[in-house]
Design a protein around this ligand. Structure first.
Ligand SMILES: [Zn+2]
Length: 595
């Protein structure tokens, strides 16, 4: 049999070797060895990391790139576009490339090189060629005892040292951590898990964290009823004063604060990230929108489905913490109230439907500006609240026979092996909840109508207290609080406006982001006097704002409004009955009798 030269042979693999320059911080050295079969080969650096929908142009961190042939002859490397280099490979069938990768930021989607710990996210480090994406990728990490060990969910290479991914996608999907750090192992339903805690200190109880993570994985596995994991799953937890999490098939990278475990609210946030990223193994890794079925590492991949992939994952991260018994019902309701508050405190919800916010993820979600609060809504926040009202609708209309849980599992059974189209979710909702449920869903997704959270809460015997003082009497009999309708820039020394809510008194007065408000009337405005001034002025009173704008002092007339509430609370209604308790128990998976 004759193999065409353009076809990769069964023995073809790409070999990457990553090392650290002597005493180097923020720098990797990479050698990548590609089989080549064309006279010219393009080396390509991804522009984004799957799961974090923003163009990041990783090629900006690639320097000193050189190439030689398999027998050591120098090859000319020419930069031809922002993310590509071209090499003449006419005379060779092996292309060996050396390059430096600079790592300027610590984040879950990019890479970080340091003596204390290193994180390697493939999309920000490894080049590929048009011919190499489907080839097995071998990775060797050259480290030493001082830097510590290598941790990754990738399989060990079949021979020799290092690791093996089936293809470039798997390499990108397999973050690697190099550090000296403790590992906690546990098995749940015959599936192995490992929790790595980089930066663990006296403030972080690794054993306790592992026990809590175990409860989350058990609850999540029992929710989905099918285990897609083929090998041990790694929770790569970096306690490094950065925040976030990113999902992968067999691991997740999570970042935490050093003292986060010592504060109950903050620890619940960390557990929420664990629950969120693990839920993603099913919802977005294995069950994926059609637009993201095959990754294009160079370009935006627009999808209107991130309310499902991210928003419903956010809905379930808190819910599964409750069902796992990690948070009390009151703590769950507090998390729900915060989501509703964030939604209703964002005027942008009235301008952009959630499907459009999803398509716009690439230009809006990850790079907010001072007008974002007025022009955009987070598909995480609105998606989570959509989860709650849709779930409640399905439960209520079916007299508790159906729920969103069933919809999610049906989606998974239909679309875990093939990507879903834009109408797939609605079809499943109609199959389970009837045509009315489909109509209800469509309105949640494609319009900017307010979500009727009060109606949904009412079904559980709950009500939302928006804690907004009315104009006659303030909260708890206190005087009402006046407001300007602005967010302050906490990084600046003076009272500098970060954003102005459209429709607020500050907006009507003409305040703009960047303004420093020096005084209201004759009263000096500082962080210390803000609260007392806002309670002294009554809603409806008129005043003059003294403002420094681009180093000129101007005055603006304002009619003060009631303050925007700082938070919402979910409370029991006075007619709370046994039927309400049963409904809430069904949702929260906890026996409320004990509370
Ligand atoms: Zn997510």
């Amino acid at each position: 049999m004759i193999l065409l030269s353009a076809v990769a042979s069964a023995n073809d693999v790409v070999r990457h070797t990553l090392s650290f320059p002597n005493n180097g911080e923020q720098l990797f050295l990479v050698r990548s060895e590609f089989p080549v079969s064309t006279s010219v080969t393009e080396l390509i650096m991804p522009n984004w990391t799957p799961g974090s929908y923003m163009i990041r142009d990783y090629a900006v961190n690639v320097n000193r790139i050189t190439a030689v042939s398999g027998d050591g002859i120098d090859l000319l490397v020419e930069k031809i576009s922002k993310d590509r280099w071209q090499v003449d490979t006419d005379q060779t069938n092996t292309l060996i490339v050396d390059y430096e990768v600079h790592t300027p930021e610590i984040s879950v989607q990019s890479s970080w090189a340091s003596k204390a710990f290193s994180l390697i996210n493939g999309a920000s480090v490894f080049l590929y060629t048009m011919q190499s994406r489907e080839l097995p990728q071998l990775l060797d990490i050259v480290t030493d005892v001082n830097r510590g060990s290598v941790f990754t969910a990738m399989s060990n290479a079949p021979e020799g040292r290092g690791y093996r991914a089936d293809n470039y996608d798997e390499l990108v999907d397999s973050p690697v951590v190099v550090a000296k750090a403790p590992v906690y192992r546990f098995t749940s339903r015959n599936q192995d898990y490992l929790l790595l805690n980089v930066g663990e200190s006296e403030f972080w109880d690794g054993e306790q964290a592992a026990r809590d993570v175990e409860k989350i994985v058990a609850e999540t596995q029992s929710f989905w009823k099918v285990n897609p994991l083929k090998r041990p799953f790694w929770f790569l937890n970096l306690i490094v004063e950065a925040k976030g999490g990113l999902e992968h098939d067999h691991s997740t990278v999570i970042m935490a604060g050093r003292r986060q475990m010592r504060d109950r609210d903050q620890y619940i946030k960390w557990l929420g990230v664990v629950a969120h990223e693990f839920f993603h193994v099913w919802n977005v890794r294995h069950m994926r929108p059609a637009e993201l079925a095959d990754y294009d590492y160079q370009h935006e991949q627009y999808t209107g489905q991130l309310w499902l992939a991210e928003g419903l994952t956010s809905y379930y991260d808190s819910l599964l913490m409750s069902r796992a018994g990690l948070i009390k019902p009151a703590e769950y309701l507090d998390l729900l109230a915060r989501d509703i508050y964030r939604l209703e405190a964002t005027p942008g919800r009235l301008l952009r439907p959630v499907t459009e916010a999803s398509v716009d993820a690439w230009i809006r979600q990850y790079q907010p500006n001072s007008n974002s609060v007025n022009s955009n809504i987070s598909y995480y926040t609105k998606g989570a609240v959509i989860g709650f009202v849709l779930d409640t609708y399905l439960r209520k209309e079916s007299k508790n026979r159906h729920s969103l849980d069933e919809v999610m599992r049906e989606m998974y059974s239909l679309y875990s092996s093939k990507a879903y189209g834009s109408d797939a979710f609605e079809k499943v909702v109609v199959d389970i909840g009837g045509p009315g449920a489909g109509e209800f869903l469509r309105s949640l997704l494609t319009t900017t109508a307010e979500l009727d959270v009060d109606d949904a809460l009412d079904w559980y015997g709950l009500k939302l207290d928006r804690l907004k003082p009315d104009s006659d009497e303030g909260l708890n009999g206190e005087p009402p609080v006046s407001g300007l309708g602005v967010f302050w820039d906490g990084d600046k020394a003076g009272m500098v406006v970060k954003a102005v809510l459209s429709g607020s008194s500050g907006f009507d007065a003409g305040l703009i982001p960047g303004d420093e408000v020096l005084a209201i009337g004759d009263e000096r405005l500082t962080a210390d006097t803000l609260n007392s001034l806002m309670t002294s002025f009554r809603p409806g009173e008129e005043a003059t704002l003294l403002v420094s704008r681009r180093d000129r002092v101007i005055s603006l007339d304002i009619k003060l409004d009631v303050a925007i509430p700082d938070y919402y609370e979910i409370k029991l209604k006075s007619d709370y009955r046994k039927s309400h308790i049963n409904r809430l128990q069904g949702l929260l998976g906890q026996n409320l009798g004990k509370q």
